[in-house]
Design a protein around this ligand. Structure first.
Ligand code: HEM
Length: 227
């Protein structure tokens, strides 16, 4: 029989730690004025387009950065082809720009987006644990709340169901998102780093949420509701 000291408190799985730690930041992002106005049907498709453009800059940083991390013991297992979003974003953006081939021509990220994408690229270059934090914040969110956003976008701006304009939210290669998310959480639980590094990853995850919130704030300034 084990003594009280060895019968120990159960260790909280890392996937639960990271989820719990980012809960407050999630609520802040989810209820930001821009998101609420956008999903409340109060903004035009230009606002949705501008938001999708910002995502394109962020996912390029994530997915360009992923290439070099494929064989990394910490970040490598998270990099899975069925998650990749850049091609879907490009298809959505071509559609949102009226089918124009040259939609990239004058596209500039907002300063907040530049900062977000820059931080993602920096983690991809020099800190695999930090990259995992950004990977989790984006892809697990897209697989979860992203589906709510897709549904609202289809209804508000009349995109074909799961068609051009909302392909970003459609993961063709993931038949069972709930099972995929379970597998993803198992990867998080088994991430081969020590406790201190796990704490740093949690902090980076909070930073990732804050970077998202800053983008929403900037978009909110660009698309204020006419009173
Ligand atoms: C209006 C916008 C949003 C809505 C409606 C929304 C909604 C949701 C919902 C319903 C879940 C599932 C929670 C569960 O499994 O119990 C979720 C999870 C998640 N969301 Fe969001 N979300 C939004 C915005 C965001 C943003 C901006 C981010 C960060 C970029 C984000 C990141 C996440 C993450 C990482 C998870 C997974 C949590 C986990 O299970 O570990 N979400 N979201």
């Amino acid at each position: 029989m084990s003594s009280p000291s060895t019968s120990s408190t159960p260790v909280t799985p890392f996937s639960t730690v990271i989820r719990t730690a980012s809960h407050e930041a999630h609520t802040e992002a989810e209820t930001s004025t821009f998101m609420s106005d956008l999903l409340g049907g109060k903004l035009g498709v230009e606002a949705y387009t501008r938001y999708t453009e910002q995502l394109w800059f962020v996912y390029r940083a994530l997915e360009d950065g992923a290439e070099a991390l494929r064989d990394d013991p910490v970040a490598g297992p998270f990099i899975q082809p069925e998650l990749m979003r850049t091609a879907e974003l490009e298809r959505d953006l071509a559609h949102l720009h009226g089918g124009a081939e040259d939609w990239r021509a004058d596209l500039q990220p907002l300063p907040a987006t530049r900062a977000y994408a820059g931080r993602v690229a920096e983690c991809a270059r020099s800190w695999p644990g930090g990259f995992v934090a950004h990977h989790y914040t984006r892809y697990l969110g897209d697989l979860s709340g992203g589906q709510i956003i897709r549904d609202k976008a289809e209804r508000t701006w009349g995109f074909a169901r799961k068609g051009d304009g909302v392909r970003f939210y459609v993961f063709e290669g993931i038949g069972n998102p709930a099972a995929f998310k379970r597998g993803y959480r198992e990867l998080l639980d088994g991430v081969p780093v020590d406790e201190l590094e796990k704490m740093r990853i949690v902090d980076e995850c909070k930073r990732a949420f804050a970077l998202n919130t800053a983008v929403f704030r900037a978009l909110g300034d660009e698309f204020p509701l006419s009173a």
